[in-house]
Design a binder for this molecule. Structure first.
Ligand code: ADP
Ligand code: ASP
Ligand code: MG
Length: 593
């Protein structure tokens, strides 16, 4: 009998009436011929309330005790859900993460799943019971209760669907599906029929809180069809399918997102040599803090400035680590800026289309929004802006890319997983030691690109837009873009284009630079881009550290960096490309699947 996993989020079990409603859905699925596993979250804002209670007792609760506390929310829901199902005349059993056998590591409050035993669940299912699993929790080797991180019930649900070989994982929530952006923030947001794993991964990490991003990593790794839908709808209204294909591959941009609470740390005066960057990144990764929007500017005096963003909540810990790092380098200084937001556009289509960046920058410039930093990856462009302008920025880009309009129907059908992909997934997983281990697919060298750098760009709205409009007018395909706020408010904009386009790009950039009072335009006809890609490369904060260490040990300096959920790219000197590739292959040999 096919298995279906149905997950109900906090608002979908917020009251006894809603619990009964959810129970009806599960019973109906069972009557339609499924074995049913439900995963439930804590009722309403119960987890927030528990966090608040802990805060009334102490500012520094022990992480183990925090997990003990937070896991109780889900325990209340599963018991009530089982009672609701009994009341409807069906059989059900509630189970905690530990009772199911969800084994995790011991990193309390952000534990990773290592394995799940299916025996107990399967026995109950075969006996005709609906299994009700507590979301967001597990147990470590010493039988301590752990939790997976806020929003982690999605991850429990997709992980259970993966190990049980479920036909589908339905995520019931308080909106109709995944929208082009948060529908509570932008009224014009449109429900997407489907969205690809890679797009959803980016959107989730960039602020689309509708899904826990680690759940999408499981969905991709184990080919679990995920269907996000509204628990409040009585009809069988379809939601959004998260699968291998995008809604429409011809569209450059599929969605937009806003991360409201960003802060930026800048470390100036770092010696520009291998090792320095590695030490800084290692010091921050040590605190398990994921950094983003890394911008490195090389000065003329052999010293570099490094800036990056973190979530504002992580600012104190990040500053502490950065200051300890800076103490080792006389002349190095740490500064920071809070109250920032990051607006991003995401789309698989932008990897192969020109003229996406310039449209985004133009939309922001027209809304009189100054861009404080820019980073890109193959499928996303992020701009850092003042927090007071964050919402306007999101609305401006959503409207620029007409995300409210449904795309033309695309002939490809993304709702099913190809059998060959399923086989691949099984193959990869069989080589993993633990379910949530980092999975590196490959390490690659791209030696086809060159780099252009416009120096001393004034910190004023509209300049990035004009530069990339001029570049797009020549149909030059820009790959990476990096812009920071340099010293005295003068930043560098660096971007990569195919080597054969470097000269043209320099001409175009020079003309624009001159008009706007920028400094000279530099270029390197050939650079080497080294990439490590796979699943979980951002959430496993150690990937960047491993890369930098390997390159550092090989005496190779990193000149530019960009990261996404599935890829870390670094630019190194063209002559060091092959050596860099070998160093990275050796460094990741144990995790390449
Ligand atoms: P649950 O409790 O069901 O897990 P969440 O609150 O975690 O629900 O996620 C649902 C919320 O995610 C929605 O209410 C919506 O405001 C927010 N959200 C943010 N971005 C998006 C998006 N792109 N599409 C849909 N919802 C989004
Ligand atoms: N109850 C947990 C939280 O609020 C887990 C979840 O809802 O996914 O974060
Ligand atoms: Mg959620």
């Amino acid at each position: 009998m096919p298995i279906i996993v149905q997950k109900f989020g906090g608002t979908s079990v917020a009251t006894s009436e809603k619990i009964v409603e959810a129970a009806r859905k599960a019973v109906r699925a069972q009557q339609q011929g499924h074995q049913v596993v439900m995963v439930v979250s804590a009722m309403g804002k119960n987890t927030d309330m528990l966090v608040d209670l802990a805060g009334q007792i102490t500012d520094r609760p022990a992480a183990r005790e925090m997990d003990m506390l937070l896991s109780t929310g889900e325990q209340v829901s599963v018991a009530l859900m089982a009672m609701a199902i009994h009341e409807l005349g069906s059989e059900a059993v509630s189970l905690t993460g530990g009772q199911i056998g969800i084994k995790t590591d011991s990193s309390h409050t952000r534990a990773r799943i290592q394995s799940i035993s299916t025996e107990r669940m399967q026995k109950h299912l075969d006996a005709g019971k609906i299994v009700i699993a507590a979301g967001f929790q597990g147990i470590d080797d010493d039988l301590n209760i752990t939790t997976l991180g806020r929003g982690g019930s999605d991850t429990t649900a997709v992980a259970l669907a993966a190990v049980l070989g479920a036909e589908a994982c339905e995520i019931y929530t308080d909106v109709d599906g995944v929208f082009t952006t948060d529908p509570r923030v932008v009224a014009q947001a449109r429900k997407m029929g489907r969205v690809s794993h890679d797009e959803m991964l980016e959107m989730a990490s960039l602020g689309a809180g509708v899904m826990h991003s680690r759940s999408i990593e499981f969905g991709k790794k184990f080919s679990v069809p995920i269907h996000v839908r509204n628990s409040g709808s009585f009809s069988d209204e379809p939601g959004t399918v998260i699968g291998p294909l995008p809604e429409n591959a011809d569209r450059a941009v599929s969605g937009a997102a806003l991360t409201k609470d960003e802060a930026r740390i800048t470390v100036t005066g770092v010696p520009d040599r291998p090792g320095a960057m590695h030490q800084l990144i290692a010091a921050i990764a040590e605190e398990s803090i994921a950094i983003d929007m890394v911008v490195q500017d090389v000065g003329t005096d052999g010293r570099a400035d490094i800036a990056f963003t973190v979530l504002e909540g992580e600012l104190p810990a990040t500053l502490k680590a950065a200051k300890e790092f800076a103490e080792a380098f006389p002349g190095a200084e740490v500064s920071h800026e809070a109250n920032l937001s990051k607006v991003s556009v995401v789309g698989l289509g932008m990897a192969t289309q020109t003229g996406v960046a310039d449209r985004m920058f133009r939309a922001l410039a027209d809304a009189e929004i100054n861009i404080k930093a820019i980073t890109t990856s193959q499928i996303k462009i992020s701009a850092l802006v003042e927090r007071t302008q964050g919402l306007d920025a999101l609305r401006a880009v959503h409207s620029e890319f007409q995300l409210d309009k449904a795309p033309e129907p695309s002939s490809a059908n993304g709702n099913t997983v190809e059998p060959s992909e399923k086989a691949d997934a099984v193959d990869i997983v069989s080589r993993l030691r633990r379910m949530e281990d980092l999975t590196i697919e490959d390490v690659q060298l791209d030696a086809t690109q060159g780099r252009v750098t416009i120096t001393r760009v004034p910190d004023a709205p509209g300049i990035a837009a004009r530069v990339f409009e001029a570049i797009a007018a020549e149909s030059l395909l820009v790959d990476m873009i990096v812009q920071g706020t340099g010293r005295d408010g003068l930043a560098n904009i660096s971007f990569t284009v195919p080597s054969e386009s470097v000269q043209k790009a320099v001409e175009v950039a020079s003309a624009t630079a001159k008009q706007h009072g920028c400094g000279p335009v530099g270029s390197e006809k050939e650079i080497a881009i080294l990439s490590v890609f796979g699943i979980g490369v951002r959430t496993h904060v150690g990937v960047g550290v491993r890369m930098f260490k390997a390159l550092d040990d090989a005496g190779i300096n990193v000149e530019m960096i960009n990261t996404s959920e599935v890829r870390v790219n670094v630019v190194v000197n063209a002559a060091k490309g092959e050596a860099g590739l070998k160093a990275l292959e050796a460094a990741f040999a144990d995790v390449i699947c």
